[in-house]
Design a protein around this ligand. Structure first.
Ligand SMILES: Cc1cc2nc3c(=O)[nH]c(=O)nc-3n(C[C@H](O)[C@H](O)[C@H](O)COP(=O)(O)OP(=O)(O)OC[C@H]3O[C@@H](n4cnc5c(N)ncnc54)[C@H](O)[C@@H]3O)c2cc1C
Length: 265
């Protein structure tokens, strides 16, 4: 269990950031679901509750998700579920249970780049951007490739394009961590294949995605793309599965997910 000496609820992001970086062990607080599993000693916990960052809204071009939005709000949002075949709901619905999803926040999940993340894999298959207080706004893909730096994730943006997107995962039991997950999206015959929980975090399989570009897809081509995705990305071993098992599984998940996208078109 973690220990916190003080909790602050700043009125502005600027104030929150200044407190965050003023001491090494000052820490952002999301829903604290994950923090509670650690033995961290936190001097000051920075809580964003006063900043109205719990929302999902849209404008002409983007859907915007505030950092304090919970995974349960993402799962049940009729706005989000009216886009991208409800891929974000599909990605979070197996995370433990409703009580956990009522607490865990989108901002913490995205910022922490957890290797096993379901949400991040689905998000990477969309045209998503993140906004960081210090780092500014950038593509989610770019954020994932950056090294860790203390910052505050305030918003997630998803471009409202007509992407058809599907999420799948393979777990030993429904509420366990995923052994491997995949998200595939397609926009105008332009495909994006993402694999996550490898056990490293979500990554686009660029070569496999490029193979499908502007093609009439048949069984042979889908098989070939699945084979390329299994070779071009790295997979690792942990207590849940071996590297070899994940690599073999990736072919199945990619095939299955591409086919499901085809059926949704
Ligand atoms: C038992 C358990 C099982 C889980 N299983 C799964 C699973 O199967 N699949 C899956 O995808 N996820 C799983 N999760 C993770 C969960 O989905 C959330 O990602 C996780 O709980 C973090 O959300 P939180 O709001 O609780 O973050 P917290 O615990 O509050 O914070 C986590 C980290 O994020 C930092 N942080 C918080 N907010 C911000 C911010 N706005 N900007 C920058 N940094 C911030 C914190 O400082 C901390 O380092 C599981 C979590 C738990 C506790």
């Amino acid at each position: 269990m973690f220990t916190i000496n003080n909790v602050v609820q700043p009125e502005t992001l600027k104030e929150a950031y200044e407190i965050l970086v003023s001491k090494k062990n000052n820490t952002m607080l999301g829903g604290c679901a994950f923090l509670k599993l650690s033995n961290k000693r936190i001097e000051t916990g920075v809580d964003l509750s006063s900043l109205d960052l719990s929302y999902i809204k849209e404008d002409e071009n983007f859907i915007e998700i505030g950092a304090s939005t919970t995974l349960r709000e993402i799962e049940t949002s009729s706005l989000l579920n009216s886009y991208f075949n409800g891929i974000l709901r599909e990605s979070v619905k197996n995370i433990i249970g409703i009580q956990l999803r009522n607490i865990a926040t989108a901002g913490a999940t995205v910022f922490s780049k957890y290797g096993f993340s379901d949400f991040n894999t689905a998000l990477l298959s969309l045209d998503a951007e993140v906004e960081l207080y210090k780092g500014g706004r950038m593509l989610f893909e770019e954020f994932l490739s950056k090294s860790y730096e203390k910052d505050i994730l305030s918003k997630i943006y998803i471009k409202k394009k007509g992407r058809i997107a599907v999420y799948t995962s393979f777990r030993n039991s429904s509420s366990d961590y995923p052994i491997l997950n995949a998200a595939v999206s397609c926009l105008d015959d332009n495909w994006r294949i993402v694999l996550g929980a490898r056990p490293q975090g979500a990554k686009i399989a660029d070569k496999a995605s490029a193979l499908l570009l502007n093609k009439e897809l048949d069984e042979k081509l889908i098989d070939e793309a699945a084979g390329i995705a299994s070779e071009e990305l790295t997979y690792g071993s942990n207590m849940r599965a071996t590297e070899e098992y994940r690599r073999a599984l990736s072919k199945v998940l990619v095939k299955r997910t591409v086919k499901e996208v085809l059926q949704c078109r």
